[in-house]
Design a protein around this ligand. Structure first.
Ligand code: ZN
Length: 604
């Protein structure tokens, strides 16, 4: 998403915090381990976050990998309700013999106005009824197991250790769900985490390596998640429908899933909704079929089928339903471009929006010059009306909120299709990696404007203006003072994850410096190779850094060591306030600061 300085503050009317399902981990969770013949079976992990995590440590589920998801919504757009028949079918592969496994699903929320209010009717594993229960998360790595009887093992916090009024020395089990952006960030530290882990106990163990299906039937009202900075994301109520933007964890407020960025199943959507409404999802539109009147839909219904052959990370699943006007266009190279706007937006504003939306193909081609080939078979934009907290790079269907789109944010979100969407961060602490690259796209847009003004991309003056613009933008960031450098990009707190310079401009400046260090050609080759190597999957910080190091033009041990120092300074170091000496001391050739190479072009 784009930096949260763009957002309109969303307030929620929840008074006081009611914790659904608070208390000890539910009884009835599967026995921790069991042996079947000579095979050892046990419960899958209730988190994918590494031990010590303070960024959404409650999310993700282990013991299996997510392969494919069929979303089968049955949705009444006029009442904002999922009706009987509403379900998801998850296809997973076991990575151990499983007695039980879990999903993330926030079916109820302390936010009783805009939060979800759903219930699960049944769960089936391979078509057989399975028992299920909701439990609280436990902090990752808890030696007493995920059913730890100690209530202190199930507390929320911004920080590790939890602290809080009772000085809990344990790590947090979840990030706090702050009721609003005005709530003091640490005010929920030490409170109990809600029971958002849906634990499923199949009638018999699931064998290691086997592919299995999980069908979860649920009904009720989808809603939004209150996250660690007090903003909301998930399923926003739109006029006669819903509007979906979810980063970082709001997908679990409208469907059960393995809610972790590195979990990337492919998707099919088959949504039956109130007649006359449009469904917008990831991938390509396959078919639209009108259905006659029924008990649930007295005025008739319509079934929309979308298909995403590419895997989709948990926070990039799009599934908006409402009065959207949708168009589809196929470009010369076969890429499909979708444009959708809520019809509640004024005709005049829709016309303004359209002028920007129509630039998406051109922006995609421009960004391809830096990133390599566009990774998906479609791209698209939906402009919705709810004052959702932010714009978001939903895969192939970028979501703009508040009825409004802007060009620089489109450059940002479209850049995410390569960085975040195709090559996804391995966990939340890597958010800076993809936000930095998306912010670079905003700089490239400014440079492009300067280039056009100076004579265009094929003139030496235009090219010089392009480079001068990037150099100037680097200088402005590198001059940052005050608290600009005080948070290490790879170690943020939940409250600052989507607002700090550590997530956006600092890593973006690091990439501009890298472009100078590697050389412009090598920088692009490095980006394209990262796309080829990690596309459709995810990347760790070590893999990212090795991917750039490979393209260092001076391959001496001294230069490799200096590049490693560069990454430590720019990505991993929290400096005292002030700037100046308290900021990275390695930059790049031709940029403000000490540069990278010595006078001989080496690094010793
Ligand atoms: Zn972004």
């Amino acid at each position: 998403m784009a930096g949260r300085w763009r957002r309109i503050a969303v307030t929620t009317a929840s008074a006081g915090l009611v914790l659904p399902g608070a208390g000890l981990a539910a009884r009835g969770d599967a026995s921790p381990a069991a042996s079947y013949g000579s095979v050892h079976c046990s419960a899958g992990a209730h988190t994918l976050a590494p031990p010590g995590s303070r960024l959404y440590p409650d999310t993700g589920n282990g013991g299996y990998t997510s392969l494919h998801t069929l979303v089968h919504l049955v949705y009444d757009a006029t009442t904002n309700q999922f009706l009987p028949g509403n379900r998801v079918v998850l296809t997973d592969r076991a990575t151990q013999c499983l007695t039980s496994f879990s999903l993330d699903f926030e079916r109820k929320s302390a936010n009783t106005s805009a939060g979800p209010d759903m219930s699960v009717q049944s769960v089936e594993v391979n078509g057989q009824p399975a028992r299920f229960t909701f439990v609280q998360p436990t902090y990752p790595g808890d030696p007493h197991g995920q059913n730890d009887p100690n209530p202190a093992a199930h507390e929320a916090s911004q920080v590790n250790p939890v602290g809080g009024p009772n000085h809990n020395p344990l790590p947090p089990a979840c990030s706090p769900e702050l009721p609003s952006t005005r709530t003091p960030p640490d005010s929920l530290n030490g409170t109990q985490c809600p029971a958002n882990k849906l634990v499923i106990m199949p009638s018999g163990p699931v064998k290691n390596g086997s592919v299995f299906t999980v069908t979860v039937r649920y009904t009720g009202r989808p809603g939004v998640h209150n996250d660690g900075d007090g903003t909301t994301e998930g399923w926003f109520r739109a006029p006669d429908g819903g509007f979906v933007t979810t980063e970082p964890v709001g997908s679990e407020d409208w469907m059960p899933l393995n809610d972790y960025p590195a979990a990337k199943p492919t998707y099919d959507f088959s949504n039956t909704v109130t007649a006359g409404r449009t469904v917008l999802a990831n991938g390509v539109l396959v078919s639209v079929k009108r259905n006659p009147a029924s008990g649930e839909f007295p005025g008739g219904s319509v079934t929309w089928n979308w298909h995403s052959p590419a895997p989709v990370a948990s926070y990039l699943v799009e599934d908006s339903v409402g009065n959207y006007h949708l168009t589809e266009r196929v470009a010369d190279n076969g890429t499909r471009y979708y444009e959708a706007q809520d019809t509640a937006i004024s005709a005049q504003q829709r016309q303004k929006n359209l002028a920007i939306m129509n630039q998406q193909q051109n922006i995609t081609e421009f960004e391809s010059q830096f990133n390599g080939t566009y990774p998906f078979t479609s791209d698209g934009i939906v402009v919705g009306t709810p004052p959702a907290s932010f714009e978001e790079e939903m895969q192939t269907m970028i979501a703009f909120a508040g009825g409004f789109i802007s060009t620089d944010v489109l450059y940002h979100e479209n850049m995410h299709q390569w960085w975040g969407d195709n090559v996804t961060e391995s966990n939340y602490t890597m958010t800076f990696y993809k936000e930095g690259l998306a912010t670079v796209a905003e700089f490239l847009y400014q440079a492009r404007l300067a280039e056009d003004k100076a004579g265009g991309p094929y003139s030496p003056k235009g090219q010089a203006a392009f480079q001068a613009s990037l150099v100037k933008q680097f200088s402005q960031i590198y001059a940052g003072k005050g608290t600009f450098w005080t948070v290490a990009p790879s170690n943020p707190e939940p409250v600052g994850l989507f607002s700090g310079s550590s997530t956006y401009s600092r890593p973006a400046a690091a990439y501009l410096a890298l472009r100078q260090i590697l050389g412009h050609g090598n920088f692009t080759l490095a980006l394209a190779q990262l796309q080829r190597t990690y596309g459709g999957s995810h990347i760790t910080e070590a893999e990212l850094e090795a991917g750039f190091s490979r393209w260092l033009p001076v391959q001496t041990s001294a230069c490799r060591a200096r590049l490693s120092q560069f990454f430590t300074q720019w990505f991993d170091t929290a400096y005292p306030a002030g700037g100046g000496k308290n900021r990275p001391q390695i930059t790049g050739p031709g940029l403000a600061g000490p540069g990278f190479y010595n006078a001989q072009g080496g690094c010793s």
